[in-house]
Design a protein. Structure first.
Length: 118
């Protein structure tokens, strides 16, 4: 018997939410994303995310986010261009809170994530 607090990070339609575009400083006309979050604690959220090709820019990433790309490709680049990283299936990475830059979804992508507010 599984413990009641263990939850799979799935694309359960009952959990689907679309973040507001006002969360970003700029975005491409084609930007499209869906999150399937679960609360994992008072300051933590975890879930699955899907996105279509396009990009968003942000002035300050809101939390420390740990990501694992399940399928697709993304590029994360700092606003000043000093950092540019491309990630694909199986890649894991962390974005620190306050990070300023661009997230580009190069091809339809699914990731799992954990966000920790500090």
């Amino acid at each position: 018997m599984a413990a009641p607090y263990i939850r799979a990070l799935t694309a359960d339609p009952a959990l689907a939410s679309v973040p507001s575009l006002t969360d970003y400083s700029d975005h491409s006309a084609s930007w499209e994303e869906t999150e399937f979050p679960i609360a994992a604690g008072a300051s933590t959220v975890a879930g699955r995310w899907t996105g279509e090709p396009g990009w968003v820019e942000f002035d300050a990433w809101p939390y420390r986010e740990f990501c694992v790309i399940v399928s697709g490709r993304v590029v994360v680049e700092s606003r000043d261009g000093s950092e540019r990283h491309e990630y694909g299936p199986g890649d894991a990475f962390m974005i620190p809170p306050g990070f300023c830059g661009r997230w580009e979804t190069v091809e339809t992508t699914t990731k799992v994530f954990v966000g920790v507010h500090e």
